[in-house]
Design a protein around this ligand. Structure first.
Ligand code: SAH
Length: 412
């Protein structure tokens, strides 16, 4: 339950049968935060989508829009669907903030949502001081992403409205968590579609180099230089799962392909495996090596190589492992790229399967949301057939619980 809930205001006094505002009536003064008359009237398709649980409304599904601040969203018969933020420049024109009718969107509402997101992480994240604290729509805060690394916070504001609330969000986060460092990483290209500039930098504190602890292992993070916002927090629970399997099956030799900063590699090393870890990025491997040193694991072999070449070479040389992890970057960044991506996934998985000793284990990941789980499993079986291996599916996993998925918006 939220610590504080948005206060309820009485419904704006507007007769039900009033005509929808015209599209040209869109310019209201100020943000409208805290006041109410701003509203949007949706066509049937948009209303149905919102009722179905999706938080976005596209420009073309809006019959009328008046006001720039949070708007009361209605269907064409005047029935209220909730309150939404407006993105005046983006095709995604509205993002639902709440389905509560008459809700007032102000700083207290923002603080309440932030507090609720933090409370939830306290329940689902343990043994780590790094996690995603706020996951945009999935936390009812469209456009706001906040990651925690130790006592540092990394913030992204990806919509025009959320960008306008950045200072208030930082103040709320500071009141809740007293971070020593706050960084903004507002370089995501989606900001351009919102008419926002790209920027990044330190908002509080003196350094972007911090340390955090994940599953009891120490990681160094450069909050301004790392990929994404500095790490791959969504894999935290999967790292722990790989460690459990490595331990339970007594894996002696393990290969971590696409290691980045050594997450899987260090977990498998802690389980007692002799680990080789591969990445094509020298910078990532230097960070991984430093992480290995932080955790007293100098024996991990960090290999700079193209994964496709290395897997082929190892296959030809007859190298064998008890456990192979594949965690490539998203091969399918768009829907059109899916078939090519499947080809890439199949190639690395087929090679990896051939590197497994009998009874060996494959941990195979995909972060391409355009490739469905069913399609991915189908690809794995096709690779197994070609590699002449019989595969058993032990477990299907997803992202960690601090990265929840809004059911009405599978892409979240
Ligand atoms: N397994 C990591 C995340 C991997 S992200 C974790 O759990 O944190 C993907 C990584 O693949 C990046 O570090 C990137 O440098 C690396 N990469 C991308 N293309 C590659 C290639 N062709 N060969 C090897 N590494 C590659």
């Amino acid at each position: 339950m939220p610590k504080r809930q948005g206060s309820l205001a009485s419904k704006p006094a507007r007769p039900r049968d009033a005509a929808p505002p015209s599209k040209t009536a869109a310019k209201a003064e100020g943000s409208g935060e805290g006041s109410a008359p701003a509203r949007a009237v949706l066509g049937d398709r948009g209303a149905e989508r919102v009722r179905g649980g999706h938080p976005w409304v596209y420009e073309g599904d809006i019959l009328g829009l008046a006001g720039a601040g949070p708007v009361r969203v209605e269907d064409r018969r005047g029935r209220e669907l909730g309150v939404a933020d407006v993105s005046p420049r983006s095709k995604i024109r509205l993002r639902m903030l709440t389905r509560e009718t008459g809700a007032v969107i102000d700083d207290a509402w923002l603080r309440g949502r932030i507090a609720r997101a933090i409370e939830y992480r306290k329940k689902v994240v343990s043994g780590s001081d790094a996690c995603r604290l706020i996951a945009s729509e999935a936390d009812g805060l469209p456009g706001l992403i906040v990651d925690r690394y130790g006592d540092a916070l990394v913030l992204q504001t990806l919509t025009a409205a959320m960008d306008g609330r950045q200072a208030a969000a930082v103040a709320a986060l500071e009141a809740e968590l007293k971070p020593s460092v706050v960084v903004e990483r507002n370089e995501a290209k989606v900001r351009l579609a919102e008419g926002l500039e790209l920027r990044s930098g330190l908002l509080r504190g003196k350094t972007s180099q911090v340390e955090c602890s994940i599953n009891g292992l120490k990681f160094g993070v450069d909050l301004l230089e790392g990929q994404k916002t500095g790490g791959f927090l969504d894999q935290r629970e999967n790292w722990a799962a790989a460690e459990r399997y490595a331990k339970a099956f007594g894996a002696r030799r393990a290969l971590d392909v696409f290691t980045y900063q050594g997450g899987f590699a260090m977990h498998m090393a802690r389980a007692g495996a002799k680990v080789q870890a591969v990445d094509s990025s020298r910078a990532a491997l230097e960070a991984a090596d430093a992480n290995g040193a932080r955790n007293g694991m100098p024996e991990i072999d960090w290999v700079e190589a193209n994964a496709f070449d290395l897997l082929r070479d190892y296959d030809e040389r007859g190298e064998l492992f008890d456990l192979v992890v594949l965690d490539p970057p998203a091969f399918a960044k768009s829907r059109i790229a899916v078939e090519a991506a499947i080809g890439g996934y199949k190639e690395i998985n087929l090679r990896a399967m051939k590197l497994l000793r009998p009874g060996g284990m494959l941990v195979s990941c995909s972060c391409s949301h355009h490739v469905s789980e069913a399609r991915f499993l189908e690809m794995l079986q096709a690779a197994a057939v070609d590699a002449r291996r019989e595969l058993r599916l032990l477990e299907r996993r997803g992202q960690a619980a601090d990265h929840p998925v809004l059911m009405g918006m599978p892409e979240s």
